[in-house]
Design a protein around this ligand. Structure first.
Ligand code: AMP
Length: 316
């Protein structure tokens, strides 16, 4: 059975009945979702040739890069991608180059079947799923380094991380050839670093961002939330609470970054989480601020035994 979905589409409901086999496909904005039309591509060359063909046909491509283990945060970006272009591409690649030697590359959650299913349900047209060997040939020796915004926040505790991110995204842009790339505001520093890379290296792509999708209690959705024990999962909402505290103080007129940071720290220190950083930085330059006059990015990273979590909001 095919169902034409009137806007605004209750997408969650339609994805559920699609999964339960009650319908085979649904139509949204003139395209059928759920039919076996998604193409899975494993090699960069094949992906590039497919993208070139689509562009020759005069169609636009929007692209959502991910490391898989997809959740509603990723799916919200796929939704935005649909609004931007005729063809939606997503990638799933756990990029070894952005993990440090003692980080969680091996243990990073992977579940391709689940991801493939979600991509089909949300109408992804092209799913690029390369192997590390296909992405990084032996003796790979060219790297992309952003040298300003990368040096603070996560760049301090994860040296080399943004070099890995920039390199893989530069490669993905050359492989997928998108008109739009959709990124999450959840990774605020990554978003700013990649916008800078796109600007400074003249990639012909528009970067679009999507807001952070949260669990009911406020915890930002993340593939790494899976690593948390039940007790840690309950405590992990402290990142959101700390950001809420910052917002409340800011709304009440507080402009001292030190005082806001102190109040945020107090929220985290009531839990078993260890503060990696709590920073209030200029929303554009990511430079630390003392007195908050312009829009400020409040960002923090907290380590639990199972996972290091990050979150942020903009105060303005
Ligand atoms: P990842 O798979 O963690 O590399 O993330 C892939 C993309 O999804 C990035 O652009 C992230 O910023 C974005 N993303 C991750 N979590 C969320 C979330 N909770 N809400 C919105 N976007 C997200």
């Amino acid at each position: 059975m095919r169902v034409r979905v009137p806007p605004p589409a209750p997408l969650l409901f339609f994805r559920k009945v699609l999964r339960e086999g009650k319908i085979d496909s649904y139509m949204i904005k003139g395209r059928w979702i759920g039919e076996a039309t998604m193409k899975i591509i494993h090699t960069p060359r094949e992906m590039q040739k497919t993208a070139q063909q689509i562009r020759r046909e005069g169609k636009t491509i929007s692209f959502v890069p991910t490391m898989g283990c997809l959740h509603e945060g990723h799916l919200s970006l796929i939704q935005i991608a649909h609004e931007k272009a005729a063809v939606v591409a997503a990638s799933i690649f756990v990029n070894p180059a952005q993990f440090g030697p003692n980080e969680d590359l091996e243990g990073y959650p992977r579940d391709f079947e689940h991801d493939e299913q979600l991509c089909r349900e949300t109408g992804v047209d092209l799913l690029f799923y390369p192997t590390p060997e296909n992405m990084y040939l032996e003796e790979h020796s060219v790297w992309v380094n952003e040298e300003s915004l990368s040096n603070v926040l996560c760049g301090t505790s994860r040296p080399g991380h943004f070099r890995g991110v920039c390199t893989v995204v530069a490669k993905l842009l050359n492989i997928v050839l998108p008109d739009f790339m959709v990124l999450g505001e959840k990774d605020a520093q990554q978003l700013r670093v990649l916008r800078r890379m796109v600007r400074d290296l003249n990639f012909p792509v528009a970067v679009v961002s999507g807001p952070t999708v949260r669990e009911a209690d406020g915890l930002a959705m993340s593939s790494r939330n899976k690593y948390l024990s039940p007790a840690e999962r309950a405590e992990a909402v402290c990142l959101f609470r700390a950001l809420e505290t910052a917002r409340e103080l800011f709304s009440a007129g507080e402009r001292s970054a030190d005082r806001i940071r102190g109040a945020m720290r107090a929220v985290i220190e009531k839990t078993s989480g260890r503060v990696d950083y709590i920073e209030l930085v200029d929303n554009e330059t990511l430079e630390p601020v003392q007195i908050m006059r312009k829009p400020v990015l409040a960002a923090l990273a907290v380590r639990f035994s199972g996972a290091r979590l990050i979150d942020n909001i903009v105060l303005q």
